[in-house]
Design a protein around this ligand. Structure first.
Ligand code: ATP
Length: 452
């Protein structure tokens, strides 16, 4: 499996992802998407939206604001509870997440442990700074929310949202009142979230600015377990349907002491990275906690009126919550392959065609003899249906390799025979096999091969 370091430099080389503000030395936890990466992440975002919103009559989407009234984060518990445990080296001043440091050094689980217990573990085991071996200070709670000011002058202090979910709860009543949805139904959202992570690392895995894809499904209390099972299964299947290798994917249920204070049940969908099995998506039964809290803090009635029973109640919520960038990282790691072809290393991104940036690349075999003109005709035919790459310079072998590396499923080559019989060669990324296809049948052929 490709290491995160190798993948990071590969992504930069191939225009997939760049470190943000790199000319100023970069800023830890922030990344920019390049010309290839933006297409791929847009495709993942669209696949999720299609699978969640467009394929289900009982789910609608919203897009909420990034900055909200500060009371939201008091009600949600983030002001008091959204903390990690920080420990700083007294000598080099490097900061670490105490729980991660202990887990790595002592190979034990720390779920549910608080400041005092983590401190004791560090002192008892005489753990030192991993960077300079200096003495570590005491463990402190650290709130992960980014503060900001709204308005001129001193303004009002609020926060950049650390999750998208709260915007859905805030709009629950608006959606009930304006759509024809009846419980059970869901509201979905994709958008940026911000967390001032103590030590962002592992590339897109732990960032300070990232995107979440979340869906909150509102149900009657007695139906919560049924829908939890349904969404757990559906979300696992989604990854498989987009080609993730099943042996690298698993579901892990949270043990009791790991559960957030409001959660009734939680599972993580985990992927096996080179740094271990890690969460890529969570499915949570949040009970009636969120809407009850907002009802309490806003003093507005957020109950749902059931027309059948004529009763009002606070719905329970089943949440599916995935990080778009983390999911993108998962697709990249899973798709990255190195193989030997005729004694030479070939890097190939065997990514699902639905996620690949370009669906096809169009090349004239040589840059003369009327082949570029013919190739542009083919490009104009295909570009209306699929995003295509076009390149007429350099050796054909090198052009193929470049497309393999960014995961383009097909390369279409226009050669001298094309001018005679109106056929092109279509080369398959994974098998490298080539077949001749009539230009008239090209679109059909591509469609079948890409999506069946
Ligand atoms: P972790 O334990 O890894 O910090 P979490 O349990 O805090 O994650 P949630 O709050 O449940 O994560 O967020 C839902 C999803 O958002 C996660 O499954 C993950 O895919 C994504 N996510 C969370 N934090 C980050 C981050 N710092 N960078 C990138 N993605 C993130």
């Amino acid at each position: 499996m490709v290491s995160i370091e190798e993948l990071t430099s590969f992504c930069k080389r191939r225009g997939i992802i760049f470190p943000s503000s790199e000319i100023y030395g970069g800023l830890a936890g922030f990344f920019d998407y390049g010309p290839i990466g933006i297409e791929m992440i847009n495709n993942i975002r669209n696949e999720w939206w299609k699978a969640i919103v467009h394929s289900n009559l009982d789910i609608v989407g919203i897009n909420g604001a990034i900055i909200t009234h500060p009371k939201v984060w008091e009600a949600s518990g983030h002001v008091d509870e959204f903390i990690d445990f920080l420990v700083e080296c007294k000598k080099c001043k490097e900061k670490f997440r105490a729980d991660h440091l202990i887990e790595e050094k002592l190979k034990i689980k720390t779920e549910g442990l608080k400041e005092k217990e983590l401190n004791e573990l560090i002192k008892k085991n005489k753990l030192k700074c991993p960077k300079c071996k200096g003495e570590l200070g005491d463990v402190h709670e650290f709130n992960l929310m980014f503060k900001t000011k709204v308005g001129p002058g001193d303004g009002e202090t609020t926060y950049l949202r650390p999750e998208t979910a709260q915007l859905i709860y805030l709009n629950f009543k608006n959606v009930v009142d304006t759509s024809r949805q009846k419980i059970p139904f869901g509201i979905a959202q994709i958008g940026k979230a911000f967390r001032n992570e103590i030590s962002p690392r592992n590339f897109l895995f732990r960032m300070r600015e990232f995107e979440q894809m979340e869906m909150q499904y509102f149900v009657k209390k007695e139906d919560a377990s049924k829908f939890f099972e349904k969404w757990q299964k559906a979300r696992f299947e989604w990854y498989l349907s987009l080609g993730i290798n099943k042996k690298n994917l698993r579901v892990r249920e949270h043990v009791k002491k790991e559960l957030a204070h409001y959660a009734k049940k939680a599972v993580d969908i985990e992927y096996k990275f080179d740094f271990g099995w890690k969460e890529i998506e969570g499915i949570h039964n949040r009970g009636d906690w969120d809407l009850s809290q907002h009802e309490k803090f806003s003093k507005k009635d957020l109950k749902y009126f059931d027309e059948e029973t004529k009763k009002k109640f606070i719905p329970w919520i089943i949440e599916t919550s995935a990080g778009l960038d983390r999911v993108f990282l998962t697709f990249l790691v899973d798709a990255y392959h190195e193989e030997k072809v005729k004694g030479e290393k070939r890097i190939v991104l065997k990514i699902h065609p639905k996620i690949a940036a370009y669906k096809a690349a169009i090349f004239p075999l040589v840059n003369k003899d009327g082949l570029p003109e013919k190739a542009r005709e083919v490009y104009n035919l295909v570009k209306g249906c699929f995003l295509c790459f076009y390149d007429e310079k350099g050796s054909i072998g090198r052009r193929y390799r470049r497309m393999d590396e960014i995961g383009t499923p097909f390369c279409i080559t226009i050669d001298h025979q094309t001018l005679e019989d109106n056929t092109v060669t279509v080369r398959n990324r994974d098998t490298m096999e080539q077949k001749r296809v009539k230009i008239d049948e090209l679109l059909n052929e591509l469609y079948k091969s890409l999506y069946s």
